[in-house]
Design a protein around this ligand. Structure first.
Ligand SMILES: Cc1ncc(CO)c(N)n1
Length: 226
C-alpha cells in the first residue's frame, strides 16, 4: 500500500467536510459572495508566498538531484502557474499585485504557515513533503469534485478557479507532491510514518479553518491600527 493510501484513510472525513463547506459549495454553484472571494484571494496570495518557501526548503534538504527537481518543479508551478490565477482575478477586480502583497495574514493563516515552516525547518525532506501535501492534494480534490458536480460553468464567476484546480497543470503538481512523499517515506519506521501522518492530518484541519476564515472574512479578533 502506498503511504498516500494510508493517509487518505486518515483525512477522508475532514476532506469530505470541505465539499460541504458553504464557501466551497458557493464556488461550485457560483453563489459565493464576491467579498468573501476577495478575502480568500488576498489571504491566499500571502499564504502562497510562505508556502513557496517550503518548496525551497525541500530543494535544499533533498537527498538527491531527482528529488531536488521535484521540489523545484512545484516551486515553479506555484509561483508562475497557480499565483497567476490570483493575479488574473485581482486584475479583474482592479486590485494591484502590490495591494495583494500588503495583506495582513489572518490569525489562522499565520498559524497555518508557521506550523508548516516550523516542521519543514526542523524536519527532513520527507517532513517538508508532508507539509506540502494536504494543500496541493485537497485543492485538486475540491477542484475535481466541483468540476464533476457543476458541468456547466459558463455563467459561474469562479469558472477559472475550478478549471485551474481541476486542470492538467495543477493535477500534475499534485501528482508530484504525492510521488515525493511516497518516495521519501519509503522504508521509514512506523514511528516516523506516524509523525508524517500527524502533519498531514493537522494541515488538513488547518485547510478547513482556512475555508472558515474566508467564509467569515476573519482577520484578527482585535483590530489594531498598525
Ligand atoms: C490555503 C491553501 N491551501 C492550498 C492551496 C493550494 O495550493 C492554496 N492555494 N491555498
Amino acid at each position: 500500500m502506498k503511504f498516500t493510501d494510508r493517509l487518505w484513510n486518515s483525512v477522508e472525513d475532514i476532506w469530505n467536510g470541505y465539499l460541504r463547506h458553504p464557501f466551497v459549495t458557493g464556488l461550485g454553484d457560483g453563489t459565493l459572495e464576491v467579498d468573501k472571494f476577495k478575502h480568500w484571494l488576498k489571504q491566499d496570495y500571502v499564504y502562497l508566498v510562505e508556502y513557496s518557501r517550503l518548496m525551497a526548503i525541500g530543494a535544499e534538504k533533498a537527498p538527491d538531484l531527482q528529488t531536488m527537481n521535484m521540489f523545484s518543479e512545484m516551486l515553479h508551478g506555484t509561483l508562475f502557474g497557480e499565483m497567476e490565477l490570483h493575479r488574473q482575478y485581482a486584475a479583474s477586480f482592479d486590485i494591484e499585485e502590490s495591494e495583494l502583497l500588503k495583506t495582513e495574514p489572518s490569525a489562522v493563516n499565520t498559524a497555518y504557515t508557521s506550523y508548516m515552516l516550523n516542521h519543514a525547518q526542523r524536519g527532513d525532506a520527507a517532513a517538508v513533503a508532508a507539509c506540502l501535501l494536504a494543500c496541493a492534494w485537497s485543492y485538486n480534490y475540491i477542484g475535481r469534485a466541483l468540476a464533476d458536480k457543476n458541468p456547466d460553468l459558463e455563467s459561474n464567476p469562479y469558472k477559472q478557479w475550478i478549471e485551474t484546480y481541476s486542470g492538467k497543470d495543477f493535477s500534475e503538481l499534485n501528482g508530484t507532491a504525492m510521488t515525493l512523499l511516497n518516495e521519501l517515506a519509503d522504508g521509514k519506521p512506523e514511528r516516523e510514518l506516524a509523525q508524517l501522518e500527524e502533519i498531514v492530518v493537522k494541515t488538513s484541519l488547518y485547510e478547513y479553518m482556512f475555508w472558515d476564515m474566508c467564509e467569515t472574512q476573519e482577520e484578527w479578533p482585535v483590530q489594531l491600527n498598525l
